[in-house]
Design a protein around this ligand. Sequence first.
Ligand SMILES: C[S@@+](CC[C@H](N)C(=O)[O-])C[C@H]1O[C@@H](n2cnc3c(N)ncnc32)[C@H](O)[C@@H]1O
Length: 412
Amino acid sequence: MKEYLSLSETSKLIGKSKETLRRWDRDGKLNAVREPISNYRVYEKAKVQTLFANLLGENIEEETSNFVKAKKDYKVLELFAGAGGFAVGMEKSGLKCVALNEIDKWACQTLRQNRPAWKVLEGDIRAFDFTEYKDKVDVVTGGFPCQAFSYAGKKLGLADARGTLFYEFARVVKEVNPPICIGENVRGLLSHANGKTLQGMISILSEIGYNVAPVQVLKAINFKVPQKRERLILVAIRKDIDLQYYYPKPYKKVYNLEDALKKGDLFCNNVPKSKGAKYPESKKQVLDLVPPKGYWRDLPIEVQKQFMGKSFYLGGGKTGMARRIGWDEPCLTLTCSPAQKQTERCHPDETRPFTIREYARIQTFPDDWEFSGSLAQQYKQIGNAVPVNLGCEVGYSIIKFLNKYYDLNSKS
Ligand SMILES: C[S@@+](CC[C@H](N)C(=O)[O-])C[C@H]1O[C@@H](n2cnc3c(N)ncnc32)[C@H](O)[C@@H]1O
């Protein structure tokens, strides 16, 4: 039986006004159904919980550790592996990567040079058949790039998603049949195509035999990462398994830039010297005028207008523009290129972007994890990654689930 919530119950549950909910209904962001007699809006409880689990679960309690020891050697197949942020994090938690797929040759070289024992399957995921891993891995993971589906107006099925990389993710999960699979993505997936893309993914996973746990957006700063990055996590459990998945609990302690770059709790030495990009002279002259924790609004008005161009008149905070990070705050989300227009994250004391090793530290990669390719390729691999420490905490949550799963299975 489906359970429904009234407009005011939904409003209280997700902390949004009734007016916002009515607008979301009109815009298709969160569709209500009409109660047949009164014609009032009501909301399917499961749908609200699935889409807004991240809003519901914000209460942060002090947590000593999510650490849990794996009772067996659990095996991971990591898709869209990039330079290995998620993979290294899962390895740190105690999971074993049996194979990784990635199309980018420099990212593959990074994986191979750091972990010669890992099986790196280089190439387009579409070209690989994963049936050899059927019933041989415990978890399939992957940060599939987000693409729109083309809707024919009906409920979306696996075949309709053909051509997208999510289709490939689902296809591999179907081929491999693991007890659990984890997709990771950007927060934007929640609102992509008014939420239809995510709903489509959930219904496709259901079609291939997996129930999706309430979707959450995890904030990296709550998981020992000195950076305000967020990742949406999509967890699906095989339907024959009657076990709940629990997300890793957020920690209260937040780490700052100084924890990333200086000796302290996160790293046992200062960040090593390494190569880095430079700002063009004109940008450097502007950023020289911005204090730590400052941004474009700290510039003289004429410089603001010149630096921002049209953006100056467009409104909005644009707090990421001409930004100099302070030592006592987490870094803003790193991008794939450090001198990119409108997303400057300048070093606190020197007027320059972060170096490669600084970038890697902010993503919590260990100092001995080396990146291949040109400077631009290296920044791209780091900027694309799931922060290692976030990957590790998600790893613990997978281990916790698998420990329970195998306990139950050995008893039956
Ligand atoms: C967001 S990044 C993944 C980052 C990775 N999870 C990490 O933590 O470092 C997505 C990756 O998907 C890869 N990719 C894109 N299209 C692909 C395809 N058709 N086949 C395999 N990999 C692909 C990209 O090269 C990119 O490295």
